[in-house]
Design a protein around this ligand. Structure first.
Ligand SMILES: [Mg+2]
Length: 320
C-alpha cells in the first residue's frame, strides 16, 4: 500500500497517527500485526475475497492457522468496527432459541474489543431486549428485530417509524396464528416487537407445509414473509433489513470514514443483506452452514468456535 495517502490538506497519514476526533486507540504496529493475528490452532479461517467461483458457493477456505492476508492487510491502516450476528455466529444453533447462551470466552473477546474502543454492534433477528440480555455487555450497540429496533450507548436509538405504524397488523397476525397453530405439536410462536417468528425446529416435517401456509394466510399486505433457519417470520413490508441497520449505525456513529473497516460476521440468509451493504467498503465473513449456498461474503469461518478465535485474534492486536 502506498504511504502517500495523506489527505488533500496535508493531514497526517492515518496509518501512523491517531484520528484527531475519535479518542480511539492508535492502530497496532504494522510490524507486529501478522504475528499477533496468527491463530493458536490450525483452524481454517478464511478464504479468498471476491465472488465465489461457479460450483463453489462458499468462499474457498485458505491457509489455516493464520488470519487471511487480505484481512490483515486491510487492518494495517484502519481499525475495525464490528457487526456481529448472534445465533449461529456467536453461539451455536440450539433446539430452543432461549437456550442459545453466549460462552464466557466469547463474551470476553467481544468485551475486550469494545473496551479497547472499537465500535461493536450485535445485529440480530431477536427482540432487542432479548439479545441485549443474552450478550449482557452494556457498552455495545444492539440492533434487534433485524434492525428495526436499535439502541446503544449515548442515547443512540432507532425505532423504525413506519414499522411502528404497522405493529397493529403484527398483533392481528399473532392472534390469528396463535389460534390456528394451537394444536400443532412443537411449534413455537415468538412475538418480537417488530416481527413475529414461528419456529418449527421441533415440528414434524409433515406438518411444516401447513404451517407455512398458515403464516402466508396471516400476512396482512403491510407485512412481508421472511425466513431463517427453521423459522417462518412476518415483518413490516419495508425496505429495511440488517444491511440498512448496519448503514444506519455507521452513519449515526460517524464511522463512514477511511480509517474504519466495518466487519460483519453472520451465518444466515438475513445476513446476506449486510454482506451486500458492506461490499466495497468493508468485509463480510460468513459462518458456513449446510447445505452450502451462494454468499456475498468475502471470507468464511467454519463455526462459532472459529468466530471466537477470530475475535480473540483481533483483541490481541488491539488490547484494551
Ligand atoms: Mg444467525
Amino acid at each position: 500500500m502506498s504511504t502517500e495517502e495523506s489527505g488533500p490538506s496535508g493531514q497526517a497519514d492515518p496509518m501512523t497517527a491517531r484520528a484527531p476526533d475519535t479518542g480511539a486507540p492508535p492502530p497496532p504496529s504494522t510490524a507486529d500485526l501478522p504475528a499477533a493475528l496468527e491463530l493458536p490452532q490450525p483452524t481454517a479461517l478464511v478464504g479468498v475475497a471476491g465472488t465465489p467461483p461457479a460450483g463453489a458457493p462458499w468462499p474457498t477456505v485458505a491457509p489455516p492457522a493464520r488470519l487471511a492476508p487480505g484481512i490483515a492487510d486491510r487492518l494495517r491502516d484502519r481499525r475495525p468496527a464490528l457487526f456481529l450476528d448472534y445465533d449461529g455466529t456467536l453461539t451455536p444453533i440450539v433446539s430452543r432459541p432461549e437456550l442459545a447462551r453466549l460462552a464466557p470466552e466469547t463474551r470476553e473477546a467481544v468485551r475486550a474489543l469494545a473496551t479497547a474502543g472499537h465500535p461493536v454492534a450485535v445485529v440480530s433477528g431477536r427482540d432487542l431486549d432479548d439479545v441485549r440480555a443474552l450478550v449482557n455487555l452494556p457498552q455495545l450497540v444492539y440492533a434487534g428485530s433485524h434492525g428495526f429496533d436499535i439502541a446503544g450507548p449515548g442515547g443512540l436509538r432507532l425505532q423504525h417509524p413506519e414499522a411502528l405504524r404497522l405493529l397493529p397488523h403484527l398483533d392481528g397476525a399473532q392472534d390469528l396464528l396463535a389460534a390456528r397453530l394451537a394444536g400443532v405439536p412443537g411449534v413455537q410462536i415468538e412475538r418480537k416487537r417488530f416481527s413475529l417468528a414461528v419456529h418449527y425446529r421441533q415440528v414434524a416435517p409433515g406438518n411444516i407445509p401447513a404451517l407455512e401456509q398458515a403464516v402466508a394466510e396471516a400476512a396482512h399486505p403491510g407485512l412481508r414473509r421472511a425466513g431463517g433457519k427453521m423459522v417462518f417470520e412476518l415483518q413490516p413490508a419495508l425496505d429495511w433489513h440488517k444491511g440498512r441497520a448496519v448503514e444506519w449505525v455507521l452513519d449515526s456513529l460517524d464511522l463512514n470514514r477511511p480509517q474504519i473497516l466495518p466487519l460483519y460476521l453472520g451465518d444466515d440468509l438475513t445476513d446476506e443483506d449486510a454482506f451486500r451493504a458492506l461490499q466495497g467498503r468493508g468485509l463480510g465473513i460468513v459462518v458456513r452452514d449446510q447445505p452450502p449456498r451462494p454468499t456475498a461474503a468475502d471470507y468464511a469461518l467454519a463455526d462459532p468456535a472459529e468466530v471466537r478465535l477470530f475475535l480473540e485474534a483481533l483483541a490481541r492486536v488491539w488490547p484494551g
